[in-house]
Design a protein around this ligand. Structure first.
Ligand code: DGL
Length: 264
């Protein structure tokens, strides 16, 4: 009997797709359930208390329903606030997403790096800790952007991002004292790599780094030796609320092997 248990990916919205893509590249046989908390979106402007109360309970329901072999919190905001509580609540391995400050510091020649996340993520003590441990000799500038999250959601529903709007958000980093010397930006929100082309155009010469490829390698290591089904079913797309926007996103994702929008 082949093991049909899926890998469950969770985010507030479509951002976690930037983690699904490198995972699929490494594990093309993996059945995938992608769950977006559309009813709770966006997380970045919520309080720590709201996220801590919402995320473990939601993951509990998802694990009960889809019985995954592994759950991935493909969201920096949820991970930096609620990862220990989610791990304590679930009986499957949980992989979280944390800002890729360590690889960014390793890459930076100017020793000035930018951390671009949600407002909630960039104020977390977890980020202070990563900066102190892995980028102690760097200036680490931070900016929280709710607008980029919205632009990424709209891009996945078919609306091309405005180059001016993307450039204005990056200005939140470059406009800070020392910001002109940033040579590496950490995409500390899983939504932002979905805007890769527009971001690169707005920041010529700057390199971007995100956690997606590292998470994919971690998932591959944790599932090493496990069995997969012979044929891969379409990825399931689950939302906590299904409206026009979610149906539009599902239509756009059909070409990438996703099924219809399902309600949790
Ligand atoms: N994709 C999420 C993250 O990585 C959060 C986006 C939001 O809901 O604000 O932080």
């Amino acid at each position: 009997m082949r093991d049909a248990r899926p890998i469950l990916f969770f985010d507030s919205g479509v951002g976690g797709l930037s983690v699904v893509a490198p995972t699929r590249a490494l594990l093309p046989q993996a059945p995938i359930v992608y769950a977006a908390d559309s009813a709770g979106f966006p997380y970045g402007t919520r309080s720590e208390g709201e996220i801590a109360a919402r995320v473990p309970a939601l993951l509990g329901r998802l694990v009960e329903r889809y019985r995954p072999r592994l759950a991935v919190i493909a969201c920096n905001t949820a991970s930096t606030i609620a990862l220990p509580a989610v791990r304590a609540a679930l009986d499957v391995p949980v992989v979280g997403t944390v800002p890729a400050i360590k690889p960014a510091a390793a890459m930076s020649a100017t020793r000035v790096i930018g951390v671009l996340g949600t407002e909630a993520t960039v104020r977390q003590p977890y980020v202070d800790d990563l900066a102190a441990r892995f980028a102690g000799d760097c200036t680490v500038l931070r900016h929280g952007s709710a607008a980029l999250v919205e632009l990424a959601e709209a891009a996945l529903a078919g609306e091309a991002p405005s180059p001016q709007a993307v450039a204005a958000e990056l200005g939140g980093l470059f406009g800070q004292p020392g910001g002109g010397r940033i040579d590496v930006i950490v995409n500390a929100c899983t939504h932002f790599p979905l805007l890769e082309a527009a971001m690169a155009a707005a920041a010529p010469g700057v390199r971007f780094v995100d956690g997606g490829p590292g998470i994919a390698r971690r998932i591959a290591a944790l599932t090493q030796g496990q069995d997969w089904p012979e044929s891969v079913p379409p990825a399931r797309l689950v939302f906590t609320r299904v409206g026009d926007r979610e149906r539009r996103i599902a239509r756009h994702l059909a070409a990438r092997g996703f099924g219809d929008a399902e309600a949790l």
